[in-house]
Design a protein around this ligand. Sequence first.
Ligand code: 5GP
Length: 192
Amino acid sequence: MSKEGKIVVLSAPSGCGKSTIIHELLEGERPLPLEFSVSATNRSPRPGETDGVSYHFLTTEAFRDAVAANSFVEWEEVYPGRFYGTLRSEIDRKTAAGQNVILDIDVKGAINVKRLYGDRALTVFIAPPSVAELRRRLEARATDTPEVIDQRVGKAEYEISFAPQFDRRVVNDSLGQAVAEARAVIEKHLGL
Ligand code: 5GP
């Protein structure tokens, strides 16, 4: 029988480059042996997102049914009325087959996964160099109104307060360096 796979969990406040880092780790020059755990959500797909690839897009009713059926390892109402959950089947099926999985989930979900899986799971928090720098980046991106930027910065401060509960913290100051650091801690966890 193949050896059981391991679990890597990445969390970061929005605007900290988490998606870029995950993309680099999985599909960059030296892809790590990690399968992406596809979460379920009741939010609508954004342009370019595919059902079953980005997320399993569910109706609110179907999401509630999945909660009742104990189909989730963890789930959270990340934004008011917007639910996200890690499917037990995604983790168990993949790790039972010897595959390692990577989860991109919010801070509370990450801490719950760690509590459930212990040493099999590595939690990594991607942090901005500072809250002031995060604000500067969000302002430079110019996609949000000042009110939305304030909300995002406030949420980031709240999320950063969970950072001490993660196994490892990686500061995304320069992207290349952050990817290298994340790669190093993940390789160690996977025994590579
Ligand atoms: P988005 O809607 O931008 O794709 O994701 C919003 C937030 O939900 C992100 O912080 C993402 O990490 C988080 N998220 C995605 N999937 C899950 C999940 O399965 N569980 C939890 N707890 N959070 C998730």
